[in-house]
Design a protein around this ligand. Structure first.
Ligand code: CTP
Ligand code: MG
Length: 227
C-alpha cells in the first residue's frame, strides 16, 4: 500500500438501519444529535479527515434523497455516491462497496451509529495496512466478567483474557475486503469477521470510548453530552 494516491481511500458509512431500539419516528441516522441529523456528524468528520478521499453512504430505503440533501447542506466534498441500504448491515455495506472503483487501495467501513469518529483512530487503523495486514479494527478491553447463560442460569464463566470489544471504523485493503464479500456474507455482524473467515489477517488497534455505538435514548444523551 502506498499512501497519497488520489481516490485511494474510500469510506463507506452504514446508515441504513431503522433504529428500532431508539423508538423514534425516523431511521436512526436521522435522529437529532446536537441540532442536526446523527449522520451529519460522521459525514462531516470523515469528509474533513485527510486520509479519506471519497465517501459512499448506504442510506435507509426511502431516505436516499434526504441523505443527498444533508451532504449538500453540509457542503461536504467527498461524497461520491449514496446507495440504498439492504435488509442487514452487511448487505448495506455490500451495496456501498459496489460503488468503490477497482483502483481503490483502502476501504474504511463505519457505522453512522458511532458519530464521534476521529482522525486519530483513522490514523491508527491505516498503520497496520501499510505493514501488510489485510485489515485493522479499533477495540477496547473488556472490563466486566463474562458469563455464558443458558435458560437464566450461568453455564460458564468465560475467561476474559484476549477478549476485546470491536468498534468501527474498520479499515481494509480493498482487494481483501472484496474477496471477503465474494463469499458467504449472511450473519456477519462486522466486516472484519468476513475478512478473518476468508483467511485475512486483521490487526487490532486502540479504540476510543467516544466511539460508543448509539443504540438507546440513553446512549444518545451520553454522546450528546460529549459533543
Ligand atoms: N445498518 C445498516 N443497514 C442495516 C442495518 C444496520 O446500514 N440494514 C447500520 C446502522 O445504520 C448503524 C450500523 O449499521 O449505523 C449498526 O447497526 P445498529 O446499531 O444495530 O443500528 P440499527 O439496526 O439502525 O438499530 P436497531 O438494531 O435498534 O434497529
Ligand atoms: Mg441493528
Amino acid at each position: 500500500m502506498s499512501s497519497g494516491d488520489v481516490g485511494a481511500t474510500w469510506a463507506l458509512i452504514a446508515a441504513a438501519g431503522s433504529g428500532e431500539r431508539l423508538v423514534i419516528d425516523r431511521p436512526k441516522a436521522f435522529v437529532g444529535l446536537g441540532g442536526r441529523p446523527l449522520l451529519a456528524e460522521s459525514l462531516d468528520r470523515l469528509d474533513r479527515c485527510e486520509l479519506v478521499d471519497a465517501i459512499v453512504v448506504a442510506a435507509p430505503p426511502g431516505w436516499e434523497e434526504p441523505s443527498i440533501l444533508l451532504a449538500e447542506e453540509l457542503a461536504v466534498s467527498k461524497v461520491v455516491a449514496c446507495v440504498t441500504g439492504g435488509a442487514t448491515r452487511v448487505q448495506s455495506v455490500a451495496a456501498a462497496l459496489f460503488e468503490v472503483p477497482v483502483g481503490a487501495l483502502v476501504v474504511l467501513v463505519h457505522d453512522a451509529a458511532r458519530p464521534l469518529v476521529s482522525d486519530a483512530v483513522v490514523e491508527r487503523l491505516v498503520g497496520p495496512l501499510r505493514e501488510g495486514y489485510d485489515g485493522a479494527v479499533p477495540a477496547l478491553p473488556v472490563a466486566d466478567t463474562l458469563k455464558r447463560v443458558e435458560d437464566g442460569v450461568v453455564a460458564e464463566t468465560v475467561p476474559r483474557e484476549g477478549l476485546v470489544r470491536a468498534q468501527t471504523p474498520q479499515a481494509f485493503l480493498a482487494p481483501s475486503l472484496r474477496k471477503a464479500f465474494a463469499g458467504q456474507i449472511a450473519g456477519a455482524t462486522d466486516c472484519a469477521s468476513l475478512v478473518e473467515q476468508s483467511g485475512g489477517r486483521v490487526a487490532v488497534v486502540e479504540g476510543d470510548p467516544r466511539l460508543l455505538k448509539i443504540t438507546t435514548q440513553a446512549d444518545l444523551a451520553l454522546v450528546e453530552s460529549w459533543l
